[in-house]
Design a protein. Sequence first.
Lengths: 501, 501
Amino acid sequence: MLNNDELSERIRRPELFDRIMSPRQAADLLNDGMIVGMSGFTRAGDAKAVPLAMAERAAKDPFRVTLITGASLGHDVDRILTEAGILARRMPFQADPTLRAAINRGEVMFIDQHLSETVEHIRSGQLGPLDYAIVEAAAITEFGGLVPTTSVGNSASFAVLAKKVIVEINMSQPLALEGIHDIYFPSKRPTRSPIPIVACESRIGFPYVPIDPDKIVAVVITQTEDSASNIERSDAGTDAIAERLIQFLQGEVKQGRLDLTLQPLQAGIGSIANAVLAGLADGPFHHLKMYSEVLQDSTFDLFDAGKLMFASGSSITLSPACAARVFPRLAEYKDRVVLRPQELSNHPEVVRRLGIIAVNTALEIDIYGNVNSTHVNGTHMMNGIGGSGDFARNAYLSIFVTKALAKGGAISSIVPMVTHVDHTEHDVDVVVTECGLADLRELAPRERAQAIIENCVHPDYREQLRDYFDRACLRGGHTPHLLEEAFSWHERRVATGSMMR
Amino acid sequence: MLNNDELSERIRRPELFDRIMSPRQAADLLNDGMIVGMSGFTRAGDAKAVPLAMAERAAKDPFRVTLITGASLGHDVDRILTEAGILARRMPFQADPTLRAAINRGEVMFIDQHLSETVEHIRSGQLGPLDYAIVEAAAITEFGGLVPTTSVGNSASFAVLAKKVIVEINMSQPLALEGIHDIYFPSKRPTRSPIPIVACESRIGFPYVPIDPDKIVAVVITQTEDSASNIERSDAGTDAIAERLIQFLQGEVKQGRLDLTLQPLQAGIGSIANAVLAGLADGPFHHLKMYSEVLQDSTFDLFDAGKLMFASGSSITLSPACAARVFPRLAEYKDRVVLRPQELSNHPEVVRRLGIIAVNTALEIDIYGNVNSTHVNGTHMMNGIGGSGDFARNAYLSIFVTKALAKGGAISSIVPMVTHVDHTEHDVDVVVTECGLADLRELAPRERAQAIIENCVHPDYREQLRDYFDRACLRGGHTPHLLEEAFSWHERRVATGSMMR
């Protein structure tokens, strides 16, 4: 049982003690058809008790809501809410197999959005109004300000824009998190001022979310830790990708376009991007900075290697081993880390201004450098576009990484034409697989195709891809294709189990 | 023959008189393999004499260059340079049938870019270095500053970043243009400051391009006027599109999301966007502002109707009738118009900040709202993506317009799957054809498809499209498709002359 001292440290506005209730009592506040904003970004800082109570309630008292989060949730919450039939609509990202299946059956309406944009839609009234925000906090200040935990995501805006707020005070989240956040809201358009972030380390807002404490209708006490990162470990493939990319960056230094401090780095979530970033620890680079979305293990590996000066993100999502190392020593990192709302960690204005080197993962890439990040066979959603578009479009250098083969070689990640486009060729500067790197900058489509075919495709598929391209070129066009064969590799995979001819 | 007084008014730095030479002498300065930046944006403010002299020279002394402009050129310059075999590489936009054919034959390497980005590539050394800038000016100031003419485009940056500058002083461009331009350069990344534009009317730079006059190696005197706009007149179809869009905007006002002054407007070049904008003159809207790329006839129609307060653009491209009306009275408009570098007229930072309502034209749109702006049958380039991506991605409202039918009904502009994606569904909020309007905001793909099929597709193709979508849904997926049939409409058009089943 919690004692009053511990609680008073976390809930510093005495009147709010009267609003402490059970998760189920809080869940009972919701009504069918509501729009609910819930905290959680890449498994970090998610609401942990109320969503489970929502599922419990729905078993007897069915209701459905539109659920908006920052990004993916931990603790199987998306599975549990899906199984409870609560999710009518879901945005802007998810990464849960059960929810994914429901989305692909057309049962849950999923709106896949650029992560910087969701809050703009709410703020302008195009989406909403938001009935409830359910947000995790490490503490509530004397004036009702919410101190977020391991992610900010959309939580700060949810709390400000929702009619009512349910706060989960998570006693397991270290109070040392206080001070790590930078909470700022762009003003309403068209009279918005420039966002004053001019460097990764810029602090422009408050260390808490300033809201009217009267909006806090429920406080729920939890003690559950964040779900650990489920990113796979690096392997020979990811290491080879990292090595090629580091060679490329060294080449850029040699050409005088970059110096050894590079430019602010962004890395998408996933094992390849994590490996690429970790690989920088062994290179000649130093005094690096990150302006990214998720701070993964590699961020703290680079700190500990003395390579990284500062990291700005919207969440911290670590493996159990890394979490055990970092969280007890959080105070040591705190002046080198800032967590921002995802609207700002991913904001096109800031990404373009800082000249970010962006590394994101592709599901498949075509010979012209168009990228599919989301749809298997053009139809079945994996997770969502996430922040990749925010970064790739506006980056100084937009790099996409993928392993050349998938499913034991049955799938080539480099295909004649992607079955779904998330990033057009305009937004893809460099493609890297374990087989090689293609620098596509200032190349015309036919030149891009040659660079990708000769460098990135796996040798097992190279002849087959050359053959497609050569025959397409005979037919002409700026971007030669054989429309009737463009998806033949995908059709063959469905029919025979392999893309191999 | 020009008298010295007229020239002295235009060339205010006496030493530059010594550098006046013939177009051919200037063209002879270029060498094979050079990278040349040339002024010109949507037929306005293009270099008019030196490119013709380049072609003349190439007839006897063949040479090839990489030619970078703002956007499209007038006076058939792209045709003439193509026929002269001068163009090895061309970027970032063109709209010439002869050049287009050469691009589609793979003879000219064309790099199709977001118009805000080209200069970033030059500035960062990823493209370049620029050997020569060939820019049209209305005058050269006492300190060597260049006063642009009817477009800024990339010319200001070309002049600043090129090793040497050839200036075409165009005596036919009114000196009243002086003071209309706002020339500002974002600083080098990663230490860039916010771009201080906070409203359409913000002026943040100089009225001329400040360059070292020693870089001006040649001054050529011309008297040729800009090519007139070749935009087709509005017709029943474009009027219907305009009417539907205006109804939609009135609905937004009713919902309280906009007021009657709307938000800053952008309209892509072309007859539909021009008609939409002109249509606002008859609506209830007032005190409008534009933050756009090209100021077309409609801009001045709205000024003259008392509806428009201010217009920011990168060029002025008018029909002969409108030009005859506007240019003699330019001084009357001057405090309500600003011309900026295209990097700023299209800058993602500013577009997002101002909350622009963007209206751009699609070549084809698919049932999920992905837009093809550039490629016929996915292979043959029309013009280029231009600025549409800069605006559509970052706008408050991204609207795409197209006529539902093309080629007398043989082509439906709404297809099962676009053959090339320039704008992903994430960046497309509203689709309008003469048949109807689909508001796609906050809809999942299956809902988007229903909205587009029921509202936008021409009735002649509606059943056929419903049939595709229904059968695709049976197969499942977040974004249902039948890959083997996705391009069957395009294939049928090639085989039978019509997409009609």
